[in-house]
Ligand binder design. Structure first.
Ligand SMILES: Cc1ncc(COP(=O)(O)O)c(C=O)c1O
Length: 484
């Protein structure tokens, strides 16, 4: 990676920046900041009302019009205030670049070392991330997700991990008891991330076998679930689709993505596409016609379906998987046609703001396009090699491996080889392996409907992977077929 430039170095930055603020004569406050300064001075004027994109908060006749939960009203109001307050920092004073800018005496500044800029030690110039990261992130989406419309920094809200985003989204999209639909099997943490504090209800949708869940007609199972919920008086609000899928490690065909969006439109659901594994697609010679990854950002739903309200479409991405950096804690939320939702997330944005160090690290990575291109290609190649090695290892031992082309794990079915027919037996095998010093996640923990499946993560140091596989072989007596 190239060395990040220092604060005063001339900008050779290929990433587009926010527009330069208008030049203002010395000693005169720029007109567009007058109202924001009123808030800082503690003298908000009647002119300083949230703009009209903010629908009225919570109760009242207009509450019905909003797509967001009633309880999100306070966040919506606060979000408007926060966005105005931080807009001041777009015009921050700089001796050379912006001598007429705003000097904030409100922030504590400390020295930075050579790698990070002084600004990296402060609260930064945005609510949930720096503007630099928002710019770099939008360029990343525009370069790698083939969006129908360019992703702009103002379409993005960040959090310290997708986990925190799920909590926020459960809060602002649902009221207590409202339903979030997720097809099974699913990433097990959804069950609590979306609901533990928000009291929204995560409802598993039984879409059938592994292959059936990727078919366009799987929407029939979603429809049955929605009808059952409505009969019970439960309000379905959100549909969450993880593409590429975790734990199944594969991509959805385009036709199924269209069918799911149509369903969300017909049932008036918010559609959250979790694409956290988008850049972890690899080639599998056993599945040459695997569907290519298609980002929801790239599909012209309105054209293909005749009707689609894009304000219901949201995307989740993060640093944890494709960048193998889950400790840095960065989650990204993109919503291109729902400024109300982005504003509302700003209201609690400071609760989950990305740390300035993580922000600086990812900004530098994303801006180093040469390195980024190399890294993504190398990652894809290595994932493919590790997946093939692991797949063949299990296949040689009579253990079938589910179709996979994405993610850093694959699903193996030990049911037949080990005669597992119940969840208790599946748990017992899992426990036996833990006692022998190796952990693989059980399918049941993802609500997989058939006992005997396990998720094996192959993205590991090769030496460690070998140790784990040797332990599995020894503990379960899984000698290669023909060598028993
Ligand atoms: C589908 C999916 N979403 C989100 C996460 C967690 O993301 P983060 O580390 O950003 O909280 C994971 C982690 O395993 C995941 O598999």
């Amino acid at each position: 990676m190239s060395t990040p430039s220092s604060a005063s170095a001339p900008s050779a930055d290929p990433v587009p920046r926010f527009a330069e603020p208008p030049k203002t004569p010395p000693n005169q406050t720029p007109a567009h900041l007058e109202q924001d300064l009123a808030v800082v001075r503690g003298t908000p004027t009647s002119a300083h009302k949230p703009k009209s994109i903010l629908k009225p908060a919570a109760a009242g006749p207009d509450a019905e019009m909003s797509m967001l939960s009633e309880r999100s009203g306070a966040g919506r109001k606060m979000g408007g205030e926060m966005q105005k307050f931080t807009s001041m920092y777009a015009n921050a004073y700089d001796e050379e670049k912006n001598p007429n800018g705003l000097v904030s005496l409100n922030m504590f500044r400390k020295a930075a070392n050579e790698t990070f800029e002084v600004a990296d030690m402060g609260y930064g110039d945005g609510i949930t991330s720096s503007r630099r990261l928002a710019n770099a992130m939008s360029s990343f989406f525009n370069d790698y997700f083939d969006p129908l419309e360019n992703v702009k920094p103002e379409h993005i809200s960040f959090a310290n991990g997708c986990t925190a985003l799920f909590d926020q989204l459960g809060h602002v999209l649902c009221d207590e008891g409202d339903a979030i639909l997720i097809p099974v099997p699913f990433y097990n943490a959804y069950a609590w991330d979306f609901s533990i504090r928000t009291k929204a209800k995560v409802v598993p949708v039984p879409v059938g076998s592994m292959d059936e869940g990727f078919e366009p007609n799987s929407v029939e199972a979603y429809k049955r679930t929605v009808d059952e919920l409505r009969q019970k008086g439960v309000k379905p609000r959100v549909l969450v689709i993880t593409n590429p899928h975790n734990p199944l490690g594969r991509t959805y065909p385009r036709s199924t993505l269209l069918a799911l969006a149509k369903f969300a439109e017909e049932e008036d659901l918010q559609l959250i596409m979790n694409e956290i594994y988008a850049k972890s697609i690899y080639e599998n010679k056993d599945w040459p016609d695997a569907p290519p990854f298609v980002s929801a950002l790239s599909i012209n739903y309105a054209k293909e379906l005749g009707k689609f309200d894009r304000s219901r479409l949201h995307l989740v991405y993060g640093m944890s998987k494709d960048f193998c950096a889950n400790g840095l804690r960065i989650g990204v939320f993109v919503s291109q046609h729902n400024p109300e939702l982005i504003t509302t997330l700003s209201g609690t944005g400071f609760f989950v703001k990305v740390s300035s160090m993580a922000d600086a690290i990812w900004s530098h990575i994303l801006k180093d396009r040469e390195w980024l291109g190399w890294f993504l290609a190398e990652n894809k190649k290595r994932l493919g090699e590790a997946a093939q090695f692991t797949r063949e290892w299990f296949q040689e031992r009579g253990v079938s491996v589910a179709r996979c082309n994405a993610g850093n794990f694959l699903m193996v079915h030990m049911g037949r080889r080990l005669q597992i027919t119940t969840e208790q037996e599946e748990i017992a095998i899992g426990d036996k392996l833990i006692a022998a010093g190796v952990f693989i996640a059980r399918g049941g923990s993802y609500k997989h409907p058939t006992p005997g499946w396990y998720r094996v993560t192959f993205c590991s140091d090769p030496a460690k992977l070998r140790v784990a596989l040797e332990r599995i072989e020894k503990t379960l007596d899984l000698t290669p077929m023909g060598k028993e």
